[in-house]
Ligand binder design. Structure first.
Ligand code: G3P
Length: 227
């Protein structure tokens, strides 16, 4: 199992045009270079069709952006966990606010990922969802207020109490779950603020993937994560 060490920068490529096809490999190699240069833990979550290619191209952890609660076999178009495992993925983001699933499915998927030795990064929209989903004891819970996603208004500055309360409530429900945060994080200072609030890493998308200079932006966001 490719462990996600903390503190960590997780880059969610979503389906932004720059990250489609070979672009996912190129951007992942940039992230790998920064991870190596700064000795900082960085993981990437490329578009689903590129998972195998990206996992074969870089040594940093590669996450799926979603996985389905299905087995292998006649499940046309779905993504079973076995396919992630065979593609070399380290784990999966689950329940992202742009791809939400029922909580009972989250619980089953976290358990199935654990059976495969894969990492679960469960997304929560607010403190109460983070607290509820912590009961399934995922490896990570990423709290991301949907209204801040893509705005450049960092959750760590606009809603710091969401992070600090999520850290507090998750620690009560699960001693094995690490809290990350995301939404609007676009600078190194936003990352530093998240760490001060108790998060052990961040999820970032547009601030990096839509940047004019992704390498410079990854470096900027990785610097506060250096041990
Ligand atoms: O998964 C992280 C993502 O939803 C955050 O989006 O563009 O605000 O960094 P963004």
């Amino acid at each position: 199992m490719t462990k996600l060490n903390t503190p960590i920068l997780v880059i969610n490529f979503k389906n932004y045009p720059r990250a489609l096809g070979r672009g996912a490999i190129e951007l992942s190699k940039v992230a790998e270079k920064v991870s190596r240069d700064l000795s900082v833990s960085i993981a990437v979550a490329p578009p689903q069709p590129t998972l195998l290619s990206v996992a074969n191209s870089v040594d940093i952890p590669v996450l799926a952006q979603h996985v389905d609660d299905v087995r292998t076999g006649s499940t046309t178009g779905y993504i079973p966990i076995e396919s992630l495992s065979r593609a070399g993925a380290a784990g999966s983001i689950i329940n992202h606010s742009e791809h939400k699933i029922p909580h009972e499915a989250v619980v089953r998927i976290v358990e199935m990922l654990r059976e495969y030795g894969l990492t679960s990064v469960v997304c929560a929209s607010d403190v109460s969802e983070a607290e509820a989903l912590a009961s399934s004891e995922p490896d990570f819970i990423a709290v991301e207020p949907p209204e801040l996603i893509g705005t450049g208004r960092a959750v760590s500055k606009v809603s710091p109490e969401v992070i600090s309360r999520s850290v507090e409530m998750v620690s009560i429900r699960s001693s094995s779950t690490t809290v990350l945060c995301g939404a609007g994080i676009v600078s190194g200072e936003d990352v530093s603020a998240a760490l001060r609030l108790g998060a052990e890493g961040v999820l970032v998308a547009s601030g990096i993937v839509k940047s004019d200079d992704p390498e410079a932006k990854i470096r900027e966001m990785a610097m506060p994560l250096r041990l």
